[in-house]
Structures are given as C-alpha cells and as structure tokens.
Design a binder for this molecule. Structure first.
Ligand code: CAA
Length: 248
C-alpha cells in the first residue's frame, strides 16, 4: 500500500489504536486525530507505538466541530497529501435511561458520534471523487442495530452512521469510492470496562462466542475493507460481534 494515506479519527482509542497498528503494518501512511493532545497523552502513545516499529502521525481536532475538522483537513493535506482511506472511529458513551437522560448526554453523543462523521467525511470526499479513489469505513456498533438499555443516544447515533454510509455508498460508487460500516459487538476496551460489572457479565453471557471481542478482530475487518480489491463491497454493515446479532 505504498503511498496510500489513511486517516483514523479517534485513532488513540482502544479499537482505534489497533486499526492504526494494522493499517501501518499493511503499508499505509497512518495519521490520526485526537481531541486534546495533552490530556490524551498522544505524544506518549505515539512513542509507545514507535517503540514497536509502528509510525503514526497525529493532528489535533475536535471532530464534533466542523471548523476544527476543516482546519485539520488542511493540515493533513499539507503535511501528508490526499487521504485515500478514512476511518471514522472517534466515539464516546454517555449512558443513561432515556427517561433520566440529561440533554447534554444526548447532545454530546450525537455531536461526537454522528455529526462528526459528516464533519470529517465532508472534508475529504470531494478530493476522493476527483482522484477516483476512496475508502470510507465507519465504526458503528451492534447497539446501533439492536438498541441497548441506557443507550438511546448512542444507538441513535450509530444507526444514523449507517444511514449516512448507505447514502455515501450510492453517491461514490461510480467514482471509485466505497463506504462501509463495521459494527463491533462488545470489545475489550476501556469503554466496555466502564459498564457495571454485573451488567457486563449478563451481556457476555448472551454472546454465542462466549467472550468479548478483541480490538485486532475489528482492525482486521477495517484493513480488509480498505484494500483496493474490496471495491465491490459498498454500503455494507459488517457485524463483528461473536454472533450476538445476526440478520439476513
Ligand atoms: N440488560 C438487562 N437489564 C439491564 C441492562 C441490560 N443491558 N442494563 C440495565 N438493566 C437493568 C438493571 O439490571 C436494573 O434492573 P433491576 O431494577 O431489576 O435491578 C435496571 O435495569 C436499572 O439499572 P441500574 O440500577 O443500573 O440503573 P441506572 O439508571 O443506574 O443505570 C444504565 C442504567 C445506564 C443502563 C446502566 O445499567 C448501564 O450503564 N448499563 C450498561 C449500558 C451498556 O450496555 N452500555 C454499553 C457501553 S459499551 C459500548 O457502547 C460499546 C459498544 O458499542 C457495544
């Protein structure tokens, strides 16, 4: 994948880090966005990856803010050139039952998980069309397909992401661009570690695989979809959830 540039939002998160690692291993020039470089200790994170021989560059960006995304895109274009692969992986949870949910929980999740996908993609898709190549991969969730207790905001955002994916898939299909969603189930990350233990155990008990997923299992799917040869997979929502939710 010499010369292909991959931008991963939220690349320093649990799933994001593994996506960066595997894209770099596959030969992509990998760049990630981070919200607050100092707070997120991104320089430290970058050093740790470098010690493994993985080179990832980063730019600061608030994906919930359109103007910040425009600035980030200009910086990326300037330093690394046009983006070939965009992975929208930035996301947060602010769980609460809908009848108790403060409006700020709703707003934060919709802005960070859904508005962000437009804010970031909008910066790159025009150039992808001009260049006749693009891979857009949106990291959603099984909970966008099934709904989940305490996640009206998150489930709505993740379901919305796939609506966006499907529209984009149609718009880009004749321009060499694909857009696909990857919907992870419960994956071993800080996000799932924060679920109350009893609830987490009851969820894992429902997973046919009998365990939580691992970040490399998501990253593998992303690298597969990013390949030039994956052009005919477009508008799909690929579940990686140990059989927790299946459909046909
Ligand atoms: N399944 C079944 N019952 C559930 C449940 C679930 N997933 N979640 C909560 N409940 C039940 C509780 O067991 C409890 O039942 P009882 O009243 O009979 O004891 C009842 O709902 C109320 O629960 P809480 O006392 O915990 O109520 P709360 O208001 O303090 O918190 C909650 C509610 C925010 C939903 C909390 O239970 C919670 O955080 N649940 C986990 C939500 C979750 O699954 N988040 C996923 C995060 S990871 C992620 O999002 C990544 C991804 O993509 C998969």
């Amino acid at each position: 994948m010499a010369n292909r540039v991959a931008l991963v939002t939220g690349g320093n998160g649990g799933i994001g880090t593994e996506i960066c690692r595997q894209l770099a291993a596959a030969g992509y020039r990998v760049v990630t966005t981070c919200f607050d470089a100092e707070k997120e200790n991104v320089a430290e994170w970058q050093k740790e990856l470098a010690a493994e021989g993985v080179q990832v560059d980063w730019v600061e960006c608030d994906v919930a803010d359109f103007d910040s995304c425009a600035e980030m895109a200009a910086e990326v274009a300037d330093k690394f050139g046009p983006v070939d692969v965009l992975v929208n992986a930035a996301g947060i949870t602010r769980d609460a039952f809908a009848h108790k949910m403060p409006q700020e929980n709703w707003d934060a999740v919709i802005r960070t998980n859904l508005d962000s996908v437009f804010n970031v993609t909008r910066q790159f898709v025009e150039t992808m069309r001009e260049r006749g190549f693009g891979r857009i991969i949106n990291i959603a969730s099984v909970n966008g397909q099934t709904g989940q207790f305490g996640q009206a905001n998150y489930s709505a955002a993740k379901a919305g992401m796939h609506g966006f994916t499907m529209a984009l898939a149609k718009e880009g299909a004749r321009k060499g661009i694909t857009a696909n969603t990857v919907s992870p189930g419960y994956i071993e990350t800080a996000m799932t570690a924060a679920i109350p233990e009893e609830v987490r155990n009851s969820i894992v008990a429902q997973v046919p695989a009998g365990r939580m997923g691992r970040p490399p299992e998501i990253a593998r799917t992303v690298v597969f979809l990013a390949a030039d040869e994956a052009e005919y997979i477009n508008g799909a929502n690929i579940p990686v959830n140990g059989g927790l939710f299946t459909s046909f």
